[in-house]
Write a protein that binds this ligand. Sequence first.
Ligand SMILES: NC(=O)c1ccc[n+]([C@@H]2O[C@H](COP(=O)([O-])OP(=O)(O)OC[C@H]3O[C@@H](n4cnc5c(N)ncnc54)[C@H](O)[C@@H]3O)[C@@H](O)[C@H]2O)c1
Length: 335
Amino acid sequence: MGLTVGIVGCGSITRFRHAPEYVENPNVDEIVFYDRNHHRAEGMVKEFGGRVAATFEELINDPTVDAISDCSSNEVHHIHSTEALLKGKHVLCEKPLAVSVDKAKTILAAQKESGKKLMVDHNQRFTKVHQRARQIINSGEYGDVITFKTSFGHGGPEGWGVTKSNATWFFKKERSHSGVAGDLGIHKIDLIHYLIDDEITEVKSFTGSLDKVDENNQPIEVCDNVVAIFNTKKGRLGQGSFSWTYYGEEDNSTTIYLQKGIMKIYHDPEDQIIIEQPDGGKVKFELEPIQTNDNQTSTGVIDSFVDWIIHDTEPPVKGEDAISSLRVIEQILED
Ligand SMILES: NC(=O)c1ccc[n+]([C@@H]2O[C@H](COP(=O)([O-])OP(=O)(O)OC[C@H]3O[C@@H](n4cnc5c(N)ncnc54)[C@H](O)[C@@H]3O)[C@@H](O)[C@H]2O)c1
């Protein structure tokens, strides 16, 4: 018997990633969808099969449901994920885990109390390219990491979320809280922690609402751009640019400066890792193209979550990792 999985929030991330990847997973028998906009849950059933729960309480009190994907908007993750864990469900929560470190801690406390599994969708850790990059860095072949630069930018979430409008919750302070910092920045903070096996401890930053407007043509309440500089526990220095106003090709690139070379990740579409050596030589790795909003491929996140539940196979990201990235986002916003 496979798993029955519940999904709360039936917008874009459910439609493009969670639902299709659960459908493809041989260890998942059924999906139960809930959204406070009921027609969206019904739409998911038409597209992916499964059934609808009428309320969130019905979903988490359903004894046949083993696990919950929390795909609701940021401001309610700490409510949905905490309640689901306390009802004995494993939880895969979307990023950011919560809108503050304090609220994220309530989720972790529920996880400890329940003994259930909690994973967070920091999917940058799952790409073959980032996994290979981490292996190479950890091998020590190119010496220690000295500095790094990372970017994540695209044209903004108003064309991505289910509402497809400038009225999107992504632009509202009380719902998104952190704007592009918690939307795109958190992915790269988590990635840096993973790639160089370190933790950002100090932050200086500028944030701005530079170009996006809301449904009333007013500047949005959250930042659409962040530039930040970082210091890490192990004394590495780095910089990050996170943007919703890159109105061309998406930038998801990272550069790691090591003692014996420069590793460029996702700078080149063919060779996703290029290591430039001090003598001018280049080592290239052609692995797989990057996933973008326009090119949705399987993330491996769902398979990893299901494997953890069924086979107890440790996933590459857990609740504690999400809290340390969230701590950096709080520092970016406070600075
Ligand atoms: N891992 C990633 O790469 C990635 C990418 C995009 C979005 N996300 C995250 O996924 C989450 C959802 O984003 P999205 O793009 O699907 O947004 P979306 O606007 O497309 O969908 C959100 C859905 O949640 C529902 N919802 C909101 N509050 C609810 C509540 N209290 N009860 C029930 N349903 C509720 C809405 O009705 C909507 O259908 C966000 O936290 C976002 O940051 C992650």
